[in-house]
Write a protein that binds this ligand. Structure first.
Ligand code: G6P
Length: 370
């Protein structure tokens, strides 16, 4: 096992550090940025299904569901197709309206999650075409879906999903950008700009890993005894906030809630006092000015701000108690970069607390029962 961990203390840490390579592996042979080509036979062989879809429904559980939420933002922004994201466990039991005009994208790292499988069966019975995005080759979901793409992130052993998540975001980016270009909603110049940027993501993830590790370790030491955490983000980084909070809950057993930053005023703001650490994802993209106001609101209530910001940002940096810097990228890819320090934060907090990082209590890597 020590050999399999490749010198890392835990599989989770190894998998976090593997991400520059796993994201590259996900793109390998698929993204030819200079030629302006995205290849993915498993999906493009049925591209017309996607093009003709009146609606795309993304079905998943856990971390994969968070990837699905970002998929919704990506597909709606670039391809302008309406997307709904459903928890498989809810979808399967609520007699959902679904027909042959719908296309389903099921996302599952393991390809074995019982709820996701049952939801796929239901969707197929009602005539929908189902694509699968799985990491485990030849898994049940990969075999049962009509078509799909593997994430190729390599085996993920740590129960808390890390590299599979960023691989899922990579695949969803490729699908959304290609579909948008194909159905005429994404012009050539924007298409080229996006794929060139996507190609640079593995390098930028590496940059994040090299630069934030010590900073995040220091923050983890300070907050290892916290009892609550709030994670906030806007736009594409709202699901990233949910995922950051989930990581912390899963492995450190600290209660954490993810929220859209603007929604804070409808509830979580009541929780803020000088003991509440608040992780706020605030790169200079989208509605940055709005997130600046959210930070002001938190500081006015003496909350402790741990901000994920772009290098060189001064506005949020001036107000935050702790900063974690990530490189600039397009808004749609910023959750990939922002997720990496949040994975590390949960990891180092769990280690500080002496938790069993790779096998947290009560959780399973793949949930094959209801
Ligand atoms: C379990 C795992 C999570 C995972 C979820 C969905 O709860 O602990 O890490 O996100 O199942 O799994 P899947 O394999 O379908 O992505």
């Amino acid at each position: 096992e020590q050999i399999e961990k490749g010198g890392y203390q835990h599989f989770m840490l190894k998998e976090i550090f593997e991400q520059p390579k796993s994201i590259l592996d996900t793109m390998r042979g698929r993204l030819l940025a200079e030629e302006g080509i995205i290849k993915m036979a498993g999906i493009w062989d049925h591209l017309e299904r996607l093009t003709n879809a009146e609606r795309i429904i993304i079905i998943a559980c856990g971390t994969s569901w968070h990837a699905g939420l970002i998929g919704e933002y990506l597909i709606e922004e670039f391809a302008r197709v309406p997307v709904e994201v459903e928890y498989a466990s809810e979808f399967r039991y609520r007699d959902p309206i679904i027909s042959s005009k719908d296309v389903v994208i099921a996302i599952s790292q393991s390809g074995e999650t019982a709820d996701t499988m049952a939801a796929i069966k239901l969707a197929k019975e009602r005539g929908a075409f189902v694509f699968g995005i799985c990491n485990v080759v030849d898994s049940s979901i990969a075999r049962y879906t009509d078509a799909g793409a593997y994430t190729h992130a390599g085996p993920e052993i740590g129960v808390a999903s890390t590299k599979a998540f960023t691989a899922q975001l990579t695949i969803l980016s490729l699908i959304a950008i290609k579909l948008g270009n194909h159905n005429g909603n994404l012009g050539k110049a924007d298409f080229m700009r996006l794929i060139t940027e996507l190609e640079s993501i593995p390098k930028k993830v590496e940059e994040v890993l090299n630069s934030v590790d010590e900073v995040v370790k220091g923050i983890a030491k300070k907050f290892a005894d916290a009892t609550n955490f709030l994670y906030l983000g806007r736009g594409y980084n709202f699901p990233a906030a949910l995922e950051g909070a989930l990581k912390l809950k899963e492995i450190s057993y600290i209660h954490a809630e993810g929220y859209p930053a603007a929604e804070m005023k409808h509830g979580p703001i009541a929780l803020i006092d000088e003991n509440m650490p608040i992780v706020i994802i605030a790169p200079k993209v989208g509605h940055y000015d709005k997130i600046v106001s959210n930070v002001q609101e938190i500081k006015a209530r003496k909350g402790i701000v741990i901000a994920v910001i772009n290098k060189g940002d001064t506005q949020v940096a001036a107000m935050a108690d702790y900063i974690i810097e990530i490189p600039e990228t397009s808004e749609c890819f910023s959750p990939i970069l922002a997720s990496v320090p949040l994975q590390l934060l949960s990891y180092y907090i769990a280690v500080e607390r002496g938790a069993n990082v790779d096998q947290p209590r009560n959780l399973a890597k793949s949930v094959t029962v209801e």
